[in-house]
Design a protein around this ligand. Sequence first.
Ligand code: SAM
Ligand code: SF4
Length: 480
Amino acid sequence: MSLVTGRLEILKEEDKKDLDVARISVDEESESKRKLYIESYGCQMNFADSEIVASILRENGFATTSKIDEAELILLNTCAIRENAEQKVRNRLQHLVPMKKKRQNVKIGVLGCMAERLKTKFLEEEKIVDMVVGPDAYRDLPNLINEVEDGQKAVNVFLSREETYADITPIRLDSNGVTAFISIMRGCDNMCSFCVVPFTRGRERSRDPHSIVKEATELFEQGYREVTLLGQNVDSYKWKPANEEENTITFANLLERVALINPDLRVRFSTSHPKDITDEVLYTMKKYENICKYIHLPAQSGSSRILELMNRTYDREWYMNKIDRIREILGEECGISQDMITGFCTETEEDHQDTLSLMDYVKYDYGYMFAYSERPNTPAAKKLADDIPAEIKNRRLTEVIAKQQQHSLERNQMAIGKVHKILVEGFSKRSAEHLCGRNDQNKMVVFPKENFQKGDYVNVLVTECTAATLIGKAVNEVLV
Ligand code: SAM
Ligand code: SF4
């Protein structure tokens, strides 16, 4: 039985629906400690933050559990990026009301972006919440928990200009033991007009590179074989050493330092902003075999007019030139994925066609696509009317998704007949006789397990595919 199935068995049907989108803390071995249950929503940064929270609270006598019924502290690490993300958290809180009535000593805290956005309003609107903690205030959790245990409600939503949690070793939650995420920076200074992140995660700041290399080295020593360096805009990573004579560390420099830890440690990163990814980064990727040839390069729209309203600071041609540069330096096979928003303010049918034609130009391997959701107090909410009806946003979204499906299939078909180096992550979801893992371009590959194990690198000849998965078998041949 998989861990996930094991955990879901203890939940009611309506809870399962919400948990489709959440990650749940695991059972830590410990009899004496107090039990902490964390449910995390949203992006990888949030999942990485929950691991920092677990680490801070372990120092304060808590051990994580996957069983909400045995926890004395329940934390929901929330996302505010779209309205439906917030609605999921509100539904989840409603489902917790009967439990809280039965076990009044259980304390419930909300963390993350929704906590930061709503602040004390959260306590007024959701009575079962005891504690509201923003993404830069996790070190204060032990004090806030004390306040709550004294019968008060507690709030800390202070946003910092320095906090990176650099010295905290995350406790890996829900880990496959092979791949891990490392936060290299926090916050965002970009102010895309639709986006709530600059308000919920504060100003951009980079983490000390020594602590990043140390964390990646320790992960490798523990058996991990892949790290993903995380930030809202990794290409603007910048670290100024205290000694003014030393050079500033750029993202390309950091990438190189992590790649040099060991050739058997794969390095990935996310997210790249098209305006900031440099040739230096692309050449560093080319230089090191263990830096995966895959770039997540959100476009958001294919229309220059809409991109300007979104304050993305590039236009369609500029984005296309960046794609050309990636293909020139890293070749046709480099994986590229997108984020796209449909139905942004004033988007016409012509703008939408520009998005579809940009997709035809790039032929992305993968995509994350969303209907525009107005977020309170963002520049777009203040200056532009959310004037595209929901049916039109959704129809355009369906068209964008269909286009991406077609391209994902075409790009996967290009992989057929070639040998790919796969890092095994575990058993395939559908069969215990098959293993799965990713190739360089981040595509999931499934193949018969033979005697291979989690953490092995295996050369797999791909023989067939769907839009989502490559299927093949292990071979002894060298890579072509
Ligand atoms: N920092 C990354 C970037 O610049 O692309 C991604 C940040 S955000 C967590 C992930 C994606 O959510 C964005 O790329 C965007 O496509 C989408 N998103 C952000 N705000 C949105 C909104 N108000 N409505 C719909 N989608 C949104
Ligand atoms: Fe939001 Fe833009 Fe920053 Fe990404 S780069 S987090 S979309 S403001």
